[in-house]
Design a protein. Structure first.
Length: 134
């Protein structure tokens, strides 16, 4: 027979303030002249050249702007956003499609980061940007 676990003191537990779930809230916007759809995703390891990404969070938008809410465990994340022009949102960005690679984002427990990604016509070869709003 297992020993009984002693009960803790009878003091009432104070209510815990409700924290937002750990993760990211964000917006992605394209400000250029093309028409297309936006794909944004987060990976927990850096993208490797020539390898298909393995996103753990992904959102796509048929408009040129969108908002996303990702509940994620604490980790370092690598966020990529692309504008897909006249094609299905899959595969790597084409040379004529703006792409943004966010600088690595560190997410800590109990933290809700605000992410803002802006794609422009200058991001055609893929631009590195700091996407976390301070």
């Amino acid at each position: 027979s297992s020993p009984e676990t002693p009960l803790t003191s009878e003091a009432p537990i104070p209510p815990t303030p409700t924290l937002p779930p750990t993760g990211m809230s964000g917006t992605v916007t394209y400000t250029g002249l093309s028409q297309g759809s936006i794909l944004i995703f987060a990976m927990n390891q850096p993208p490797q050249q020539g390898q298909a990404p393995n996103p753990i969070a992904l959102s796509s938008f048929t408009e040129l702007t969108g908002t996303f809410e990702w509940d994620l465990p604490p980790a370092t994340y690598y966020i990529l956003a692309f504008l897909y022009i006249n094609r299905a949102p899959e595969g790597p960005p084409q040379p004529n499609e703006p792409a943004v690679r966010c600088l690595p984002v560190e997410l800590h427990a109990g933290e809700r980061l605000i992410v803002e990604v802006i794609l422009t016509d200058e991001d055609l070869q893929g631009t590195d940007k700091d996407c976390v709003k301070k």
